[in-house]
Design a protein around this ligand. Structure first.
Ligand code: TXA
Ligand code: MG
Length: 316
């Protein structure tokens, strides 16, 4: 199969809608990372997503919608969820909410759970596509399962590390501005919990809620977000973290004052580091040498960056 590049204009969006309406999958830009989208109401389309990614079927998908009103049709939002939706949507926050069972979401999307993960993306092309399509789009990140996340259309179409040849089309809108996946918040016994650190800093969510988030994501023995398999985002090469300099043949990825052949951000800017993270990992991986990464502070977006680095470096 040849993977077509679609332009991010009306014509490209119409072509993407046409494919999606026929139950095909299309890779789409969002402000966080590229997603592999399919009609969340069509079991065949959703099966196509799992198949193209080679993803274990117990791992549920995020449903993308144009606004909060659409989210209310598919899930139940209580006062706290509405408060977060109003503060952070459109944007890099995913909420895990009670599913409205009769709303038509294919059970393969939620992997049979009674909750559904919902996000309203801020990317103008994603928003235009969702409005034109007029239905819910299930979309995990557009990388083969366990491989490095795609933040450019070139990452998606890469035949070796991406989905090139496995999907019909990519809507190409350039690099994703945030660069790490959305932050996932769910509720556990009525208490809000951080299920995955991501593009919205946990501190910002806590400020809006006026309370601390539970942090089950940081407890490796309690993967409450079923997607939190430890080895994830994996380059082929070994990765060594918190490195201060390269050792025998390593590709050094610097941060701030610690220099490297590549750097996440020479000025130590965490927003820039998040935006560059996966592209730098793709570049380092292409060098086919072991990788060393400078320490990144844990505050703000640093939590999401370190989460991805720890998974990439995990034994597998
Ligand atoms: O930024 C993002 O979130 C990107 C873009 C494309 O929107 N999407 C993304 O999807 O990262 P994915 O499939 O790679 O990650 C979805 C995560 C998984 O860890 C999954 O386990 C979790 O969401 N998830 C989905 N539904 C869930 C549910 N009902 N309960 C708990 N976790 C859920
Ligand atoms: Mg992913």
């Amino acid at each position: 199969m040849h993977t077509r590049l679609l332009s991010p204009d009306q014509e490209g969006i119409a072509a993407a809608c046409d494919l999606l309406s026929r139950g095909e999958v299309v890779a789409i830009p969002t402000e966080t990372v590229y997603g592999l989208a399919g009609d969340a109401r069509n079991p065949r389309a959703v099966a196509g997503i799992y198949q193209a990614k080679g993803r274990p079927s117990f791992n549920p998908l995020i449903v993308h919608l144009p606004d909060r009103a659409a989210a209310e049709r598919f899930a139940v939002l209580d006062a706290q969820a509405r408060h977060l939706a109003d503060a952070f949507w459109p944007g890099a926050l995913t909420l895990v909410l009670p599913l409205r069972q009769d709303a038509g979401i294919a059970s393969l999307v939620t992997a049979g759970l009674d909750t559904v993960a919902i996000r309203v993306p801020a990317h103008p092309v994603a928003h235009a596509l969702l409005s034109a399509f007029g239905g819910p789009l299930a979309a995990p990140s557009a990388n083969p399962s366990g491989r490095i996340t795609a933040t450019t259309a070139a990452h998606v179409t890469d035949p070796e590390n991406g989905l090139g040849g496995r999907i019909p089309a990519v809507l190409d809108a350039g690099a994703c501005p945030v660069g790490v996946e959305s932050t996932i918040v769910g509720w556990s016994g009525g208490e809000p919990a951080l299920l995955r650190p991501g593009g919205v800093a946990a501190e910002a969510i806590e400020t809006v809620l006026g309370q601390r988030l539970l942090r089950p994501a940081l407890d490796p023995d309690a993967p409450s977000s079923p997607g939190q398999l430890t080895s994830h985002y994996a380059p082929r090469a070994q990765m060594r973290l918190n490195a201060l300099a390269a050792e025998d043949g390593e590709v050094m990825i610097g941060f701030g004052p610690i220099p490297g052949e590549l750097t996440l951000s020479a000025t130590g800017d965490l927003t820039e580091a998040a935006a560059r993270l996966f592209d730098v990992m793709h570049r380092a991986d292409a060098m086919a040498r072991p990788i060393a990464v400078a320490p990144v502070p844990e505050n703000g977006l640093g939590a999401a960056i370190n989460d991805r680095l720890n998974r990439a470096a995990a034994p597998r």
